[in-house]
Ligand binder design. Structure first.
Ligand code: HEC
Ligand code: HEC
Ligand code: HEC
Ligand code: HEC
Ligand code: HEC
Ligand code: HEC
Ligand code: HEC
Ligand code: HEC
Ligand code: HEC
Ligand code: HEC
Length: 378
C-alpha cells in the first residue's frame, strides 16, 4: 500500500495543472464509488486501496498563482500570501439571507438537482471536496459554496435562501465573492478589495464558472481567458485586430500576461509596478541599462507604443517622423546634410531625407551600447 501511495504521490508531484486535476478527479470518483458500494469508512479498506488521508495529502499544493509569483521574486506580501483553504478544511459559509439554515449534505441537494450534481461531479471543486472531506465530510461538496441548505430545501421557490451566483441572484455580490474568498483570499487576489472590478460590482462568477468545465484551466466562464475578458472589453479585443499587434488573437498571449484581473497596485490592473517592467518581462533586450539611454524609453514604453494594437508599424502611436517631432524639431538638426544651407531644397528641409527616415540614421532608437552611439546611429 505504501508503495502504491508513494508512486502515485511521485506521479502527482511530477504532473501539473490539468493533469493533476484529472488524476485526482478519477481517484476521487473511484473513492466515491467505493464508499457508496460498501458503505464503509476509509479505515476498513483493503490495504491496496488509498485511504482518505492519502488522498487528502495528494490534493494540490494550494494557490499555484501565489507560488509562481514567489518563485519569480515578484512582489507578494508574504503575510497575506496564505494558501487557499484546503478542501478538507472546508467550512459552510453563512448565508445572511437565511441565518438559521443548517447544512443538509450533498446527497440532499442531489435529490432535487440531479442534473447539476452530475455535471459538477467531475469539476475540480466537487470532485475534490468529495475526496478530501475529512473534517466537514463529502457532505460539504455543495454547501461549501452554496451555504447551508435546510431553508432552501423547505422552500426552494423563495429566492435568497441558498447562496446563488448568477447575475440575477438575490444573494448580494459581496456575499458571493466573500464565499469564494474565504478559501482564495491570498496570492493573486490580495488586491481584490478596492480593485476596479470589485468596485464596479463584478462577481468572481463573471469570469469563473466552477460548475462546468468550459476551459482547460482556471474554471473559467468561457473557453479562454481572452474570450472571458472580451465579454465586456470588446473594444480592447478589437484593437488587437489592427495591423500591428502582439500575437494575442493568434492565441500565443492573453490579457493576463500583462493584467491581473483580480486587482493590483498599478493602474490599470498591471501585474508589475510599472509599464516598463511589464513590457521588459518579455522584451528584456529593451530594458538596458544602455551606455546611451534614450530618455523617453527609460521613462515609459507608451511614450511611443500602444499596447493593444496600432495601424502604424511596430505598434507605434504615431507614424515616424511625427512620432519624433512631438519632442524634437527639424530646425535644429545638427547634421550638415540637413542644414538649410546644405539642403538642395534651400530653406525647406528635404522631405526625401527627413520624411520617414529618422530611423535609417537613428536606428538604435531604444538606446545604444556602442561608444559612438550617442545619437543612436549604431
Ligand atoms: C472550501 C474552499 C474553497 C471554496 C469555498 C472555493 N474554492 Fe476554489 N479552490 C479551492 C482549492 C483547494 C483549489 C485547488 C488549489 C488551488 O488552486 O489553490 C481551488 C481551485 C480554484 C481555481 C483554480 C482552478 C484551476 O483549474 O486552476 C479557481 C479559479 C477557483 N478555485 C475559483 C473558485 C471560485 C470562483 C469559488 C467561489 C464560487 C471558489 N473557488 C470556492 C478551494 C475552494
Ligand atoms: C426539495 C428540492 C430541493 C432541494 C433539496 C434543494 N434544492 Fe436547490 N432548488 C430547487 C428548486 C425547485 C430550485 C429552482 C427555484 C426557482 O427557480 O424558483 C432550486 C434552485 C437552486 C439554486 C438557484 C437559486 C437561485 O436563486 O438562482 C441553487 C444555487 C440551488 N438550488 C442549490 C441547492 C443546493 C446547494 C442544495 C443542497 C444544499 C439544494 N439546492 C437543495 C429545489 C431543491
Ligand atoms: C466551487 C463552488 C461551488 C460548488 C462546490 C458547487 N457549486 Fe453550484 N454553483 C456555483 C456557482 C459559481 C454557480 C453559478 C454558475 C453560473 O455562473 O452559471 C453555481 C450554480 C448552481 C446552481 C444554479 C444553476 C443555474 O443555472 O442557475 C445549482 C442548482 C447548483 N449550483 C447546485 C450545486 C450542487 C447540487 C452542488 C454539489 C454537487 C454544487 N452546486 C456545488 C458554485 C459551486
Ligand atoms: C475579470 C475576470 C475575473 C474575475 C472577476 C475573477 N477572476 Fe479569478 N481568474 C481570472 C482569470 C482570467 C484567471 C486565470 C489566470 C491565470 O491563468 O493566470 C483567474 C484565476 C483564478 C484562480 C487560479 C489561479 C490563481 O491565481 O490562484 C483563482 C483561485 C481565482 N481566479 C479565484 C477568483 C476569485 C475567488 C474571484 C472573486 C473574488 C475571482 N477569481 C475573480 C479572471 C477573473
Ligand atoms: C463583467 C464585465 C467584465 C469582465 C468580464 C472583465 N472586465 Fe475589466 N472592467 C470591467 C469594468 C466595468 C471596468 C471599469 C471600466 C471603467 O471604469 O471605465 C473594467 C476595467 C478594467 C481595466 C481598467 C482598470 C483601470 O484601472 O482603468 C482593465 C485593465 C481590465 N478591466 C482588464 C480586464 C481583464 C484582463 C479581463 C479578463 C480577465 C476583464 N477585465 C474582464 C468589466 C469587466
Ligand atoms: C502587452 C501587455 C498587455 C496586454 C496583452 C493587454 N494589455 Fe491592456 N493595457 C496594457 C497597458 C500597458 C495599459 C495602459 C495603457 C495606457 O495607460 O494608455 C493597458 C490598458 C488597459 C485598459 C484600460 C485603458 C484602456 O485602454 O481603456 C483596459 C480596459 C485593458 N488594458 C484591457 C485589456 C484586455 C481586455 C486585454 C486582452 C484582450 C488586454 N488589456 C491585453 C497592457 C496590456
Ligand atoms: C508576454 C510577453 C509579452 C509582453 C509582456 C509584451 N510583449 Fe510585445 N511582443 C511579444 C511577442 C511574442 C511579440 C511578437 C514577436 C514576433 O512576432 O517576433 C511582441 C511584439 C511586440 C512589438 C512588435 C510588433 C510588430 O508589429 O512587429 C512591439 C512594438 C511590442 N511587442 C511592444 C511591447 C510593449 C510596449 C509592451 C508593454 C506594454 C510589450 N510589448 C509587452 C510578447 C510580449
Ligand atoms: C522614442 C520612442 C520609443 C519608445 C519610448 C520605445 N520604443 Fe520601441 N520602437 C520605437 C520605434 C521607432 C520602433 C521601430 C524600430 C525600427 O523600425 O527599427 C520600435 C520598435 C520596437 C519593437 C519591435 C522591433 C524590435 O526592435 O524588436 C519592440 C519589441 C519595442 N519597440 C519595444 C519597446 C519597449 C519594450 C519599450 C519600453 C522599454 C519601447 N519599445 C519604447 C520607438 C520607441
Ligand atoms: C516623448 C518625447 C520624445 C520622443 C517621442 C522622441 N524623443 Fe528623442 N529624445 C527625447 C529626450 C528627452 C532626449 C534627451 C535629450 C537630451 O539629453 O538633451 C532625446 C534624445 C534623442 C537623441 C540624442 C540627442 C542627443 O543630444 O544626444 C536622438 C538622436 C533622438 N532623441 C532621436 C529621436 C528619434 C529619431 C525619435 C523618433 C523615433 C525620438 N527621438 C522620439 C525625447 C523624445
Ligand atoms: C541622414 C541621416 C539622418 C537622418 C535622416 C536624421 N538624422 Fe538626426 N542626426 C543625424 C546625425 C549624423 C546627428 C548627429 C550630429 C552630431 O553628432 O553632431 C543627428 C542628430 C540628431 C539629434 C541630436 C541633436 C543635437 O542637438 O545633438 C536629434 C534629436 C535628431 N538627430 C533627431 C532626428 C529626427 C527626429 C529625425 C527625423 C525627423 C532625424 N534626426 C533624421 C543624422 C540623421
Amino acid at each position: 500500500m505504501r508503495l502504491t501511495a508513494l508512486s502515485l504521490w511521485a506521479l502527482l508531484a511530477a504532473t501539473v495543472g490539468l493533469g493533476n486535476a484529472l488524476l485526482w478527479s478519477s481517484v476521487a470518483q473511484a473513492q466515491q464509488r467505493d464508499d457508496t458500494n460498501t458503505g464503509q469508512s476509509a479505515t476498513h479498506q483493503p490495504s491496496s486501496r488509498l485511504t482518505e488521508s492519502d488522498i487528502a495529502r495528494m490534493l494540490p499544493a494550494t494557490d499555484m498563482g501565489a507560488g509562481a509569483a514567489m518563485r519569480h521574486g515578484a512582489r507578494v506580501d508574504a503575510s497575506d500570501d496564505g494558501p487557499a483553504t484546503p478542501f478538507d478544511a472546508a467550512s459552510i459559509p453563512r448565508n445572511p439571507l437565511a441565518p438559521d439554515a443548517d447544512a443538509i449534505g450533498a446527497k440532499s441537494c442531489a435529490a432535487c438537482h440531479a442534473l447539476e450534481s452530475m455535471q459538477a461531479a467531475h469539476s475540480l471543486h466537487v470532485a475534490s471536496f468529495r475526496a478530501g472531506g475529512a473534517s466537514s465530510g463529502p457532505q460539504a461538496a455543495c454547501e461549501a459554496c452554496h451555504g447551508p441548505g435546510s431553508e432552501h430545501a423547505k422552500n426552494p421557490a423563495a429566492p435568497g435562501l441558498i447562496i446563488a451566483y448568477t447575475r440575477d441572484a438575490k444573494t448580494p455580490v459581496d456575499v458571493q465573492t466573500r464565499t469564494c474568498l474565504s478559501c482564495h483570499v491570498g496570492g493573486a487576489r490580495q488586491h481584490w478589495i478596492g480593485s476596479v472590478h470589485q468596485e464596479r460590482g463584478l462577481s468572481c462568477t463573471d469570469c469563473h464558472n466552477p460548475m462546468t468545465r468550459l476551459s482547460a484551466e482556471g474554471v473559467l466562464a468561457n473557453e479562454s481567458i481572452n474570450q472571458v475578458c472580451a465579454t465586456c472589453h470588446q473594444d480592447i479585443r478589437a484593437q488587437f485586430n489592427r495591423r500591428s499587434h502582439m500575437p494575442l488573437p493568434e492565441g500565443q498571449m492573453s490579457c493576463v500576461d500583462c493584467h491581473n484581473p483580480h486587482g493590483s497596485i498599478t493602474q490599470p490592473l498591471l501585474k508589475t509596478d510599472t509599464v516598463n517592467e511589464t513590457c521588459t518581462t518579455c522584451h528584456a533586450e529593451k530594458r538596458g541599462p544602455f551606455l546611451f539611454e534614450h530618455a523617453p524609453v527609460a521613462e515609459n514604453c507608451l511614450n511611443c507604443h500602444t499596447p493593444h494594437g496600432s495601424n502604424q508599424e511596430n505598434l507605434l502611436a504615431l507614424p515616424v517622423p511625427m512620432l519624433c517631432q512631438q519632442c524634437h524639431t527639424n530646425d535644429d538638426h545638427v547634421n550638415d546634410l540637413l542644414t538649410r544651407q546644405s539642403l538642395r531644397s534651400g530653406l525647406v528641409p528635404d522631405e526625401r531625407v527627413m520624411e520617414r527616415a529618422c530611423l535609417s540614421c537613428h536606428s538604435n532608437i531604444h538606446g545604444s551600447n556602442n561608444p559612438n552611439g550617442a545619437k543612436f546611429h549604431q
